[in-house]
Write a protein that binds this ligand. Structure first.
Ligand code: HEC
Ligand code: HEC
Length: 204
């Protein structure tokens, strides 16, 4: 083989590779153009509908017992006022001599009517109580969009809080004798995402 034919051979294989690349690129392009859009953006009606699902979870006893209207936590599936005169205090962890962790340990104690537990067990601080008890769907919806009431959290941050926060997660592992929220955590997060993606529309 002389130098010229080796050169031709190189040019030839270069051209073939280039053609293959162009072809592959075209195939990919066509595939993306024709692929169905991943998930069409939910509209306002779907957003409102999803919020009503989220609302059912928020107003379930497992969530609202720590988000009362007053300064006493609530207990049980009937959301009665916490016994022993327990109150929120300055930081949400109760007052001197009646701190939450006097009775609430870092995990649930097993057995009916024994204190549930989590390392962060407390009410929200008085500056952002996130009252859930007694709120209508429209009221709660507007409240979640008001950073003054969410401790400065934006909607994506609230979504993050509900998907990953350990204390929120307790609601789905509440210990003996307590009912679960009406939707699983994954479904709650999915509905919350639809609500936000559709513009966080509020029910009337
Ligand atoms: C043991 C008490 C407790 C339970 C149970 C609980 N929360 Fe909370 N929640 C808190 C505390 C404390 C904060 C404030 C935490 C922070 O700022 O990091 C909070 C904050 C929030 C916030 C953010 C608003 C804000 O002001 O920070 C939302 C939303 C929320 N909770 C929803 C829920 C939902 C939904 C459930 C049930 C699935 C739930 N919570 C169950 C104590 C509780
Ligand atoms: C003197 C002990 C004691 C103290 C202090 C205490 N708790 Fe409790 N708490 C209990 C017991 C016991 C239960 C379980 C009651 C039951 O299941 O009937 C309970 C249950 C609860 C529940 C109900 C959970 C549910 O969904 O049913 C909440 C909410 C709660 N406590 C919040 C608090 C908060 C917040 C503090 C601090 C501000 C606090 N508790 C301080 C003893 C205490």
């Amino acid at each position: 083989m002389n130098a010229t034919s080796a050169g031709r051979k190189n040019i030839f294989s270069f051209l073939i590779s280039a053609l293959i690349l162009v072809f592959l690129f075209a195939v990919c392009k066509i595939a993306t153009i024709h692929a169905a859009p991943p998930n069409p953006k939910p509209d306002a009606a779907a957003s409102r509908e999803a919020f009503l699902q989220v609302y059912k979870v928020f107003t379930s006893p497992r969530c609202q017992n720590c988000h009362p209207f007053g300064d006493s936590p609530l207990q049980g599936d009937d959301s009665h006022v916490h016994l022993q005169n327990v109150v929120r205090g300055k930081d949400g962890h109760g007052v001197y001599g009646m701190r939450c962790n006097t009775c609430h340990q870092s995990a649930n104690l097993s057995g009916e009517h024994l204190p549930p537990g989590n390392p962060k067990w407390s009410l929200p601080a008085p500056e952002h109580k996130m009252i859930i008890v007694g709120r209508t769907p429209a009221e709660l919806c507007r409240q979640l969009k008001d950073p003054k009431q969410t401790g400065g959290r934006s909607l994506p941050q609230l979504l993050e809080h509900v998907s990953t926060d350990d204390l929120v997660g307790w609601a789905w592992n509440p210990g003996t004798g307590r009912t679960l929220p009406p939707l699983s955590r994954a479904d709650t997060v999915a509905q919350m995402k639809i609500w936000i993606d559709g513009g966080a529309a509020c029910p009337q």
